[in-house]
Design a protein around this ligand. Structure first.
Ligand code: NAD
Length: 364
């Protein structure tokens, strides 16, 4: 059995789904179901004995102890986090609590469990920490992409809290010998992405005829990776990564935010039913020819990093991982998924997935 934290979130739920369709091994999924956790993502596993869900907090030491004792996992895959930069600017404390304190408590509980394992199980055990490229700070236009040896220079409360957790994970390897692996990945996109993040926000707003807010001049550059490629990379690192090592994960897809938004709009023009007959502006009632006419530049985020780029050559060279999707194929799949899953979007926007959780699991 593997023990996943945050498996009801965007990447975690994609990982659990991919895991269950590629292996027979059971997943224990611990998630606090914050606003970002959504069990509707895992509806297809509702009857599956392969997926065991527990609602709970990674800071709850007693619960962690109990789960380790009961389920005896061979690995921990740690996705749970507060993950939205804008929210970290408004309220950084939750980020320190979950990302720093939570990761520390999880490491402590893991260490206690791992210490009690037989020698062979102890050697085979892995703690895989899922992290971000944002810990490296920002790049100038001509700087080389982030590699595993780039010094940490986090700029937002989110990235600082993730950097703190990365350092703690590293320390548990160097101090206690815990077999840890860390992945630092670029921006993900794909199915089940909460519509507060750029790509799903643009799709959801555009379909509703609402303005598409783009920060500053829209020239901030990010590297984009289709979420299923990230999940495949995590599985590969779990299987073949060297304990104590970190692996950068990225898609070699550097794109300016404004180009991402233009691409999404062009795909909606082509694929959305309303795209063919013209878009109506929700506020003004004005008829528009293209979704891109909804783009509205807004005041930039404070301290907004200008450019991230990931050098993923170590993972490609040492572990043979490569992304299956190009940006063009991945973004098309993503837009198609949102168009085909409007019920999921509606459920997220009106909070009805919480009622679904109540009926399915008696938890809220
Ligand atoms: P998300 O916000 O969609 O999901 C986070 C999940 O963690 C949610 O299900 C939430 O309920 C759960 N959670 C939050 N606090 C918890 C707590 N105290 N105890 C238990 N569960 C808790 O995030 P995501 O985008 O899926 O990101 C997953 C991980 O990947 C994070 O660690 C993030 O830093 C990292 N990451 C994300 C991206 C990206 O582009 N989204 C890129 C690189 C790395």
């Amino acid at each position: 059995m593997i023990f996943v934290t945050g498996g009801a979130g965007f990447i975690g739920s994609n990982f659990v789904l991919q895991w269950c369709s590629n292996t027979d091994e059971t997943v224990l999924n611990l998630d606090a179901l914050t606003y970002a956790g959504n069990l509707a993502n895992l509806q297809s596993l509702e009857q599956s004995p392969q997926h065991r869900f527990v609602q709970g907090d990674i800071r709850d030491t007693e619960l962690l102890k109990q789960l380790f004792a009961e389920h005896k996992p061979r690995a921990v895959l740690h996705f749970a986090a507060e993950s939205h930069v804008d929210r970290s600017i408004i309220g950084p404390e939750a980020f320190v609590e979950t990302n720093v304190v939570g990761t520390f408590r999880l490491l402590e509980a893991t260490r206690a469990y791992w210490n009690g394992l037989e020698a062979a199980d102890k050697a085979a055990f892995r703690f895989l920490h899922v992290s971000t490229d944002e810990v490296y700070g920002t790049l100038g236009p001509n700087d080389p992409a982030f590699s595993e040896t780039t010094p940490y220079a986090p700029n937002s409360p989110y990235s600082a809290s993730k950097a703190g957790s990365d350092h703690m994970v590293r320390a548990y390897h160097h101090t206690y010998g815990l077999p840890v692996l860390t992945t630092n990945c670029s921006n993900n996109y794909g199915p089940y992405h909460f519509p507060e993040k750029l790509i799903p926000l643009m799709i959801v707003n555009a379909l509703a005829g609402k303005p598409l807010p783009v920060y500053g001049d829209g020239q901030q550059i990010r590297d984009w990776l289709y979420v299923e490629d990230h999940c495949a990379a995590i599985r590969r690192v779990l299987d073949a990564g060297t304990p104590g090592e970190t692996y950068n994960v990225g898609g070699w897809n550097e794109k300016a935010n404004i180009d991402i938004v233009q691409t999404v709009c062009a795909l909606l023009d082509e694929l959305a039913p309303a795209g063919k007959r013209g878009v109506r502006h929700a506020k003004t009632g004005e008829s528009l020819t293209h979704y891109a006419e909804l783009i509205a530049f807004v005041t930039d985020r404070p301290g907004h990093d200008r450019r991230y780029a990931i050098d993923a050559r170590k993972l490609e060279r040492e572990l043979g991982w490569k992304p299956a999707e190009t940006f063009e194929t991945g973004i098309r799949k993503t837009v198609q998924w949102y168009l085909a899953n409007q019920d999921w979007v509606t459920g997220v926007l009106d909070g009805s997935y919480r009622d679904w959780v109540q009926t399915q699991y008696g938890a809220k």
